[in-house]
Design a protein around this ligand. Sequence first.
Ligand code: AGP
Length: 612
Amino acid sequence: MCGIVGYIGPKEACPILINGLKRLEYRGYDSAGVALLHEGEIDVYKCKGRVVDLEQHLEAHDTRANVGMGHTRWATHGEPNDTNAHPHVSMNGLFAIVHNGIIENHALLKEKLQARGYSFRSETDTEVLANLIEYIYLKGKIDAEMAVRLALTKVVGAYGLVIMCKNEPDKLIVARKGSPLVIGVGQGEYFVASDATPIVEYTKNVIYLNDDDVAILKRDEMILKTVKNTPVSLSIHQVDIDINKIEKGGFPHFMLKEIFEQVNSIYDTIRGRVNVEASEIHLGGIAEIVPRMINARRVIIIGCGTSWHAGLVGEHMIESLARIPVEVEYASEFRYRNPIIFEDDIVIAISQSGETADTLAAIKYAKAHGATVLGICNVVGSSIARETEAGVYTHAGPEIGVASTKAFTAQISVLIMMALQLGHKKGTLPEELYQKYINELYNLPDKVKAILEKNNDIKEIAATYKDASNAIYLGRGCQYPVALEGALKLKEISYIHAEGYPAAEMKHGPIALIDEHMPVFAIATKDTYYDKIVSNIKEVQARKGHVIALVNPNDTLVNKLAEHLIEIPETLEFLSPVLNVIPLQLIAYHIAVMRGCDVDMPRNLAKSVTVE
Ligand code: AGP
């Protein structure tokens, strides 16, 4: 996600933009920039880094202007640097644009524009749109607003846009599709931003744009229409929210916000990569590597913490669907145990931050021994993204909470797409099953939403166990890594000791821990291990352990054994970890809050462990 702010009115625009960008910085903080329209010129100032770095950069410049727009970036195309920072200016300098979203057909549009003499400075999809608007504006000899609307009819993807035109300095053009934009209605002035954060201190009157809305903002007038030029009636809302909360989107903590964002983040990970009609999966970042992956002797997955857990899920997916041997290694162990690495090995490094020192070092080790190394990262242009030969971005958006949540489900979503693509190309995956997975992937967001609607019920269960000293999480097959992840969430934010275990392993020792004080979270959704996990639950229940079971609707066995049931919508086996982890995230979150822990910044932890 990126942060957008725009202003047109009698005040100095720059301070409003900078102040607003600071309030939006939680949305993304790779780079920042402003465009100021002053005396017929568009002045653009932008740089890699935080908004304070931009603010310092601006001190040396004359930033007087009453029309302006700003942007703080969460990179999706093109690594974070000065050139890729927004605003972007069209080739002839007539248009400046800030954008939040993804132009999925940017490559095709770029080729067409290059064929018509357009050149590009950046790697971004946004600059393609700036040049497309200018091309249409000049070719059609039409006004800026119409050029914008016509250009948007050629765009596939999501956008929240603010656009200014050098030849029409009395207006800002705003458009929305898929990425939120809010307009603030002042006295003889208008504000626009990605959310109400930068606006509420100036006006409480806001208009929430809908998809396909286009707004033309002038000092004393606002025109609202659709991209197809149909007038749209204005509905002004009164917004009255606590600014301090707003950066969390109204949630008390970033972690809870990010748990709830999984309805969108999973969709954003899949969107544009799974084509149901064509029954195709396309992971652009590894397209050239896929032939090597198909013929790989083995895949080695490396990562730390939650990312390592995602790798364990990926092992089940890739071995079962693509029949390629997979090893999963803690990056920290891998780099020091003098592992045997073959040149035809494929190493997949998983990392949300893309900066984890152990993972980065393991990558370098694998590369030095001739393996092909791919990355699955959430931060574009991060060290791991740049160190690996190819990779897939998870598109989960900034994950601020130290405890990883939406990154985990995004990582699993990438891994299932990878496993399906490999299995389908290798012929190891029956067509019928491939089709089932392709269709079911897009059903995940709604099923995530259904689980999140049980948040209050899950909170009540959490309250029962908030004073526990220990907890055990049980799973089998691809639910075992989910059990590990659930245990990690609880221990890292509530400081309760928790262990994830393969359920069948309990009888080889850990079952000695079970007594009437021990909560046991058991993942018992329907899959090939269901009957066996039911037996394991019976073993726990017989020793007075308190069983909290994750089950599918209409379960007739576990409901007689567990003290608490959390119903999970049915899905296909290797998609179920995406759903099953969510109640475990919520359990950990609520227990931590009830225990008065600092959920977003737990003691002793950091969001990215950039040291050994
Ligand atoms: C997960 O909740 C923790 N914050 C931690 O285990 C994390 O997953 C680990 O440090 C790896 O981080 P990365 O994904 O950014 O490499």
